[in-house]
Design a binder for this molecule. Structure first.
Ligand code: SF4
Length: 362
């Protein structure tokens, strides 16, 4: 990360003060007839009078213009693409991962809370590192990454910065991705479409009351999932299975039936919870809970169901099998690909059925 420069500590200012300088004018907003600004970067669609800050705490109205995060990262790391998780996009590749700070939700169990809640929660200390888009892309190439992914905080709220990075990344031949809560708008998806290839949505629940506890609403997320599929982003969906929160048979049936109604070919990952941040009460998810949830997904008609976070404990639910003939196409243990048999044309070598996803052609 040699090109990323950490700003000098500025103890006299809060993190919010520091970040309010790391901005530029955004592109995802309109001026309303009454002079307020309407931000379209996420499903909150905040109306912002002069001086107001959005729910995300990082976009704000200054002098009748929307200021948005720019020129820094909250963290960078090179991970296997399986960790995002994408299982049907360039398996075994490295994904150079960057994030900014802040989020439009405030989930009590967030596993990235140090970056996502950095402005809301004084215990979250994640000082920003100055960066230019070209620095990040050069760093990704130096690490031999195949992909570059905006993650760690909610990428929708920093979409202008992501697009600046992705424009340079695509010129350098990289595939681009978002790891997102899916609380999008039609405007932000149109804005992202030319520059963004892969989209992971964290579908946390199928109960609007649960989403309101987390600071959002269910409907904008369902609308975004449908749009992502219609707009031909490569889409995978993850549900962190939290005992007592979202694991009832009824809720999981409705959730997976919804995903199947969009497309039975969307991979659905059900992953194990462990206590984190403010949610330490629920028990840890077991392998048998994951298997039971996966069975509900299969019954709903989903053809690619995976169980995650418990390597070696969930049998074939880590592997990809051909939905037509049952041939095992990709064997995994955790994030490690142990065998890969998808053809260069993205087909099953046994029955020649196409396998949905983005595959390495050579
Ligand atoms: S990104 Fe979302 S929360 Fe932030 S100002 Fe825009 S609409 Fe509001």
């Amino acid at each position: 990360m040699a090109h990323l420069v950490q700003p000098k500590p500025d103890t006299a200012r809060t993190l919010a003060d520091v970040l309010s300088r790391e901005t530029r004018e955004g592109e995802l907003y309109d001026v309303l007839p009454d002079g307020r600004l309407r931000c379209y970067a996420c499903g909150h669609c905040c109306p912002l009078p002069e001086g107001a800050v959005g729910v995300c705490k990082v976009r704000f109205n200054e002098g009748g213009r929307l200021r948005v995060p720019w020129g820094y990262v909250g963290g960078v790391q090179c991970d296997p693409v399986e960790k995002k998780p994408f299982f049907h996009a360039y398996p075994g590749s490295l994904a150079y991962s960057f994030g900014m700070l802040g989020c439009d939700l405030h989930c009590g169990y967030c596993q990235n809370w140090v970056t996502s809640q950095a402005i809301r929660d004084p215990r979250a200390v994640a000082p920003p590192l100055s960066a230019a888009p070209g620095d990040l892309v050069r760093d990704a190439l130096r690490h031999r990454a195949r992909l570059i992914v905006s993650t760690y905080n909610e990428p929708l709220i920093t979409s202008e910065w992501a697009v600046a990075v992705f424009k340079e990344a695509k010129a350098a031949g990289l595939t681009t991705g978002f790891v997102s809560n899916g609380n999008g708008t039609p405007q932000v998806l149109e804005y992202l479409r030319p520059w963004l290839d892969l989209y992971k949505v964290d579908l946390k629940s199928f109960d609007d009351r649960h989403y309101r506890e987390l600071g959002g609403r269910l409907q904008p997320i369902l609308d975004t999932i449908r749009r992502l599929h219609e707009m031909d982003f490569w889409l995978e969906i993850v549900t962190l299975l939290i005992p007592g929160f979202n694991d009832s048979t009824d809720e999981l049936s409705r959730l997976t039936e919804f995903v199947a109604s969009v497309s039975v070919d969307i991979p659905w990952h059900v992953t194990a919870f462990h206590g984190d941040y403010k949610m330490t009460g629920p028990e840890t998810t077991t392998a048998s809970m994951l298997r039971a949830a996966a069975e509900i997904g299969r019954r709903a008609g989903l053809r690619y169901v995976y169980a995650g976070n418990l390597p070696g404990q969930v049998g074939e639910l880590e592997h990809t099998r051909c939905a037509s003939c049952g041939e095992t196409l990709i064997e995994r243990r955790g994030y490690v690909v142990r065998a890969y048999r998808v053809t260069a044309a993205g087909r099953c070598p046994s029955c020649d059925s196409p396998i949905p996803g983005r595959w390495t052609a050579t």
